[in-house]
Write a protein that binds this ligand. Structure first.
Ligand SMILES: NC(=O)c1ccc[n+]([C@@H]2O[C@H](COP(=O)([O-])OP(=O)(O)OC[C@H]3O[C@@H](n4cnc5c(N)ncnc54)[C@H](OP(=O)(O)O)[C@@H]3O)[C@@H](O)[C@H]2O)c1
Length: 176
């Protein structure tokens, strides 16, 4: 949770996760809101979904279709507030195709976790990714880019914005 401490005081995040009213309304809050507003559909791995299934409020915080890449067969799970989780069993590319169609003119966000993001990076299906770099040191844990195909994937920095608590970094992804 330390990694995400910067998020919890943000007004948009608090309201979307039903954590309570009020909160900060500075640049951090704008970045969170802008990310939400540009997203027309999300894709996520099954483990991220499982954590959220326990933790998200009944009105899940996406308010769009969400495509869960998984081996588990399950009917769509519709939540109040516009989020429907669809479970996709035939791999990351069909999940992305369905998400693109659902998102129409907005972006598809590969929400996480790291394993699923990496699958998309390695096959060249990511246009851009963002990192919120937190000032937290870990002695162990999962490396964010463990398993990346560095011979194939190259990055161009498109944004670097320090805010009060973290540094927001965005990279365009291209084939090396
Ligand atoms: N707090 C946050 O905002 C946030 C965001 C993202 C992640 N997280 C955390 O990150 C962790 C999860 O990340 P993770 O990287 O370990 O896992 P992940 O990417 O969320 O999920 C991996 C799982 O998704 C399914 N999957 C992935 N690719 C697939 C494919 N091509 N075909 C079929 N199924 C596929 C498999 O599950 P099955 O075989 O079981 O179907 C796989 O074990 C959790 O602890 C979560 O809480 C937190």
């Amino acid at each position: 949770m330390e990694l995400q401490q910067w998020l919890f005081p943000q007004r948009f995040f608090r309201e979307n996760l039903k954590l309570g009213e009020g909160g900060e309304e500075g640049r951090e809050n704008d970045i969170v809101r802008e990310t939400f507003e540009r997203t027309g559909a999300s894709v996520m791995g099954k483990r991220m979904f499982e954590a959220g299934e326990q933790g998200w409020p009944e009105e899940a915080p996406f308010h769009t279709p969400v495509f869960v890449v998984t081996h588990e067969k399950r009917d769509p799970w519709e939540r109040p507030g516009g989020t429907t989780f669809h479970f996709v069993n035939d791999g990351i590319e069909p999940a992305l195709d369905q998400a693109r169609e659902a998102a129409r003119d907005r972006d598809v966000r590969i929400a996480g976790g790291g394993a699923t993001i990496l699958e998309y990076v390695n096959v060249g299906l990511i246009d851009e990714f963002s990192i919120a770099l937190s000032p937290v040191l870990f002695g162990s844990g999962i490396r964010l880019f463990d398993g990346v195909d560095a011979g194939r994937v190259a990055l161009d920095q498109v944004r670097a914005e320090p805010t009060q608590r973290v540094t927001h970094l965005s990279y365009a992804v291209r084939e090396r």
